[in-house]
Design a protein around this ligand. Structure first.
Ligand code: C5P
Length: 239
């Protein structure tokens, strides 16, 4: 059974810190009613499942961003292990194929409380020449739409994509299929190393449902104020 998807809070704060203490200091100033948290490969590899459980125990929804990609049975077992940690969302590479995604989804379906399962399409770090070199034909955008459609038909709850791609993906997937977008920068913030960015409100208007935002919040002098400012920026959005 599909969980009821509560989109709010729409902001997922990306925790990309080299040490636990810095992450915990930031999190102690945030509020689970205002944001969710994303834990990626760096922090998970350094700190392990205990770190994720610690954050979940503080009341935050956790997106475990480990981008699983392996044979169906292995990915399904990894997703079940993530569910045991109590995470809210987990992801796999859509290029792992229909069977891999369906098997993961079926394994999670057996649980009373399952995490949302979303797919990674084409990494935004890959350009036209990069994808051609690994055998994809057509533009990155065309491949993103193809893999998003595949993920949707394999029963995933959504995908990660850039906010610029969200507009092309949205008409090709179910209305309740989640588009989770990094590459978001408030109008007033630095772009850091992100090249193709959108403001939070533009991203939502372009079809995004949830926004992954890191440094504009994590590197701010006052992270909670920065989070509240972004919430105020998107407060008028009510789809
Ligand atoms: O600090 P910033 O807002 O750029 O952080 C964005 C987060 O989203 C980081 O954790 C980054 O790894 C992740 N991400 C991204 N672009 C993608 C996929 C993930 O920026 N295409």
């Amino acid at each position: 059974m599909s969980p009821v998807i509560e989109k709010n809070p729409r902001i997922i704060v990306a925790l990309d810190f080299p040490v636990e203490a810095l992450a915990l200091e930031l999190v102690s100033g945030l509020d689970p009613k205002l944001c969710r948290l994303k834990v990626g490969k760096e922090m998970f590899t350094r700190l392990g499942p205990g770190f994720v459980e610690k954050l979940a125990a503080k009341g935050f929804d956790i997106f475990l961003d480990l981008k699983f990609h392996d044979i169906p049975n292995t990915v399904a077992a990894a997703c079940a292990a993530a569910a045991d940690l109590g995470v809210w969302m987990v992801n796999v590479h859509a290029s792992g194929g229909r069977k891999m995604m369906e098997t993961a989804r079926e394994r999670l379906e057996t649980l009373s409380h399952r995490p949302l399962l979303i797919g990674v399409t084409i990494l935004t770090s890959l350009g036209q020449e990069d994808i051609a070199e690994v055998g994809y034909t057509g533009t990155p955008a065309k491949n993103v739409v193809r893999l998003a459609t595949l993920a949707d038909s394999a029963g995933l709850d959504g995908i990660v994509c850039s906010p610029l791609e969200a507009g092309e993906v949205r008409p090709n997937v179910n209305d309740n299929f989640l588009l989770v977008t990094p590459g978001v920068r408030p109008a007033s913030a630095s772009q850091d190393d992100q090249k193709r960015v959108m403001t939070p409100l533009d991203a939502l208007n372009n079809g995004a449902d949830m926004l992954v935002i890191g440094r504009p919040i994590t590197a701010a002098d006052n992270p909670l104020e920065s989070l509240k400012n972004i919430q105020a920026e998107i407060a008028g959005f009510s789809k």
